[in-house]
Design a protein around this ligand. Structure first.
Ligand code: BES
Ligand code: ZN
Length: 456
């Protein structure tokens, strides 16, 4: 066996993939209670792999799904401690009929593995486990002290992780947090994130008459909750594509000129982006280009609508209720709590007379901005360049990972977000996939990253 971690990783890539496929076969869908057993099984599977790799690994129960914790502290108190975070839960696979192969039966095709969780986040989390194994098996040690923390509730808002991190801040104390749960800029083009957007996720409930009514017999005499909801939703944007909730932009901080210049210089092909999304034209807030709209501007989007009759044919009915799920992506220094308050006030103000409205908060997460100075980003840039053969780019990200800001605040550490998926990997959608080449190169990059952090 090799004594070089990188050579060890290269020699074992086939086995690493096969193990990942076992992980992907466990349907760890956190949103559905029927999968509670699968959640426990996935946690235990991961714990056992961490232990095999040479870490002290345990399951820590929470009021929700368990947390998997792995530790290796043999690098000594002079070496930095790295906390590696990821999540073993996945999004529900529905609609099932749109998958070309079953979601929990990993299938290799065209250099990709297709399965729910392949990219988000089991595949990327497992790359870290294998990078640690490569060091431990090849050299008997790690260059840094390591805490692996994998949660089972990221896709449902990390509600139990925040108090866990607070309560165990001393145990989880670290210098760096490393997370792979995001994308590269393009195929073969590694990247480091300079930001993540935050999230405020709300439900708007509109109630009208005591029950559904004949739309001819009563239509025109009472407020229709579906009409009212449409009016409320339409009022959320102005003609320039800005969010029309009073006070919404109050806490948005101007981005520095350097970040905007960095965005402008990226080789972004807007026409290809449009084509791949299958739309006739791109749309958004006036005065900002596509990457700015995606990374550094806040948004409002309806995620789901429910009201009235939607079955086959026509049914003349005036629905008694209507509901919309609405998400707001946030940028520094907006907070989910304040945004929810502002939206509630807005909805109550614009709701037509004759209906009752209620705004419920589901979950949220704060936006994050990276500290790009220092050893962490430097080590990551070098490691990525060595493994992928090209320099890493700095990019923003439109999605959210709620716990990142809590980690930085409560553990006093800096976070590095280095992801290996691609924007087209169908996260949360049917036919999710992960590029196998990125799995292999990425493990090599992580092997190099830990080495560099140990000697930085
Ligand atoms: N891995 C994603 C975050 C992400 C998405 C990063 C796209 C990069 C590109 C994560 O698992 C996720 O889906 N987060 C949720 C957060 C929510 C459930 C609180 C999101 O962004 O919707
Ligand atoms: Zn996700």
């Amino acid at each position: 066996m090799s004594t070089d971690p990188r050579a060890y990783a290269r020699q074992n890539l086939d086995r690493f993939r096969r193990e990942l496929y076992d992980f992907l076969r466990i349907p760890s869908v956190s949103a559905k209670t029927e999968h509670a057993g699968d959640m426990a099984a996935a946690a235990e599977w991961l714990r056992a792999r961490l232990q095999e790799a040479g870490l002290a690994a345990e399951i820590r129960e929470t009021p929700g799904h368990p947390i998997v914790l792995g530790k290796w502290t043999g690098a000594g108190s002079d070496a930095p401690t790295v906390l590696i975070y990821g999540h073993y839960d996945v999004q529900p696979p529905e609609p099932l009929e749109e998958w070309h192969a079953p979601p929990f039966e990993p299938t290799e095709r065209d250099g990709r593995v297709y399965a729910r969780g392949a990219a988000d986040d089991k595949g990327q989390l497992y790359m870290h486990v294998k990078a640690l194994e490569a060091h431990l098996s090849a050299t008997g040690r790690l260059p840094v002290n390591v805490i692996v923390l994998a949660e089972g509730e990221e896709e449902v808002g990390s509600v139990n992780l925040v108090p866990f991190v607070e309560r165990h801040a001393a145990e989880l104390a670290c210098d760096y947090v490393v997370i792979s749960d995001s994308n590269m800029f393009d195929e073969g083009m590694p990247s480091i994130l300079f930001s993540l957007r935050g999230l405020a996720y709300l439900e708007v409930h509109v109630t009208g008459p005591r029950g559904d009514l004949h739309s001819g017999q009563f239509g025109g005499t009472v407020a229709n909750p579906a009409n009212a909801l449409a009016k409320i939703l339409a009022s959320l944007h102005d003609a320039q594509g800005r969010v029309a909730v009073e006070g919404f932009y109050d806490d948005v901080v101007e981005w520095d000129a350097e970040t905007r210049e960095r965005i402008r210089k990226l080789p972004f092909d807007e026409e290809r982006y449009r084509r791949e999304l299958g739309v006739d034209a791109l749309a958004g807030e006036e005065g900002w280009n596509t990457l700015e709209r995606l990374w550094i501007r806040p948004t409002c989007d309806v995620n789901g609508l429910l009201s009235g009759y939607t079955g086959e044919g026509a049914k003349t009915v005036l629905p008694a209720r209507a509901m919309a799920k609405v998400s707001f992506r946030l940028v520094p220094d907006q907070t989910p709590e304040r945004i929810a308050e502002l939206v509630r006030a807005h909805v109550e103000r614009v709701a037509p007379e004759g209906v009752r409205v209620e705004v419920r908060e589901l979950h949220g997460g704060r936006p994050w901005r990276a500290n790009l100075e220092g050893a962490l980003v430097h080590a990551a840039s070098e490691a990525l360049q060595e493994a992928f053969g090209v320099p890493a780019v700095l990019q923003g990200e439109g999605g959210s990972i709620p716990i990142v800001v809590d980690f930085e605040e409560k553990l006093g550490a800096s976070a590095l977000l280095v992801g290996f998926a691609l924007p087209g990997c169908n996260l949360h959608a049917p036919n999710e996939w992960f590029p196998l080449e990125h799995f292999d190169r990425g493990i090599e990059a992580l092997v190099a990253l830990y080495k560099k952090l140990g000697t930085a």
